[in-house]
Design a protein around this ligand. Sequence first.
Ligand SMILES: [Fe+2]
Length: 370
Amino acid sequence: MRMPPEMQTTLYRPNRPDLKPRIAIIDDEVDICAMLSEFLRMLGYETEPFTDGRRALERIQNRQFDFDLVYTDIYMPGLTGIDILKAIIALDQNIPVILMTGQPTLEDAVSAVRLGAYDFLTKPFNLDLVELIASRALERRRLVLENIEYRNYLEQKVEEQTREIKDFLIHSIESLSLALEAKDPYTKGHGARVSNFVLTLARELSLPSEYNESLRIAGLLHDIGKIGIPDSILLKPDTLTLEEYEIMKTHSETGYKILAPIGSLAEISIFVHEHHERVDGKGYPQGLKGDEIALPSRLLIVAEVCDALATERCYKPAWPASQIITYFRDNRGKAYDKEVTDALLSLLARSGEQILNILRGTIQATFSNP
Ligand SMILES: [Fe+2]
């Protein structure tokens, strides 16, 4: 496996490249413990001898040190080697444990392997075997850790690239949206304002933050389908004829068709599709009712209308907060979701003109630059 240059490591602990592999030796027989520790130290490993299994396990569990390998005697007073093996596996399956005993039985060996021990050593030790097992166990650990590190690296890269592709798509569609707004001076900044305001509403409703990204983008792009509306209708200063109005209404469906084929925007395309529905079923294009309309869409609907009312249009001046409050009270549960309307009304009751000025102020913030 070829590693990328920025993560070429042969480490046991990727965050500490200076450290040697560290081995814990646990044996209640002091001489054996010291001898094995010294032998492994001479081989170039860092070792820590323990004659008390409980103390050793405490050190391992507290992560005071990250051990790369553990040798433990099976039969000890207090904690047995099997207890220590089980505890280490529960903590970290990637720390190899080698069980040792002076009274080997086939049963012990079989149960050690079944429980997940890396190997089994009998006393008195064959030092060549001790060395061989240590190097194999540590090599295996190194490969496992390297594999985990590489997998994390790849996952991070995939995540970054997915984000870049999504950002690229969104920026491309935002450009289309800005092209649309450039044609119609009265809708300039509408997408950006709705995007900001729908997030304010979401916060007021304590909506889980996982919706934020989709809501932000849906706010920006909800009218993207108007790109397919002829200028003679889109820019018409007079009231639309019934036939023209029917054509204008197609923009929800067109927006949906533009966004739905883009995998990462599929959910957002649903909110765009539904942004002219009404909870009483009298909206368009699908005539959905109540909960049939996705909750983020119900927020988008209220935010979109609030922006239209709060800002000046060719056919009306900007409404004051009092007029907007009356309008939403009258249409609560008819056109607009009750809960979302209540959130808007409490927001307006609390900060009224101030919140609307933020909406209106975004126009300047976004478009005052030449
Ligand atoms: Fe629209």
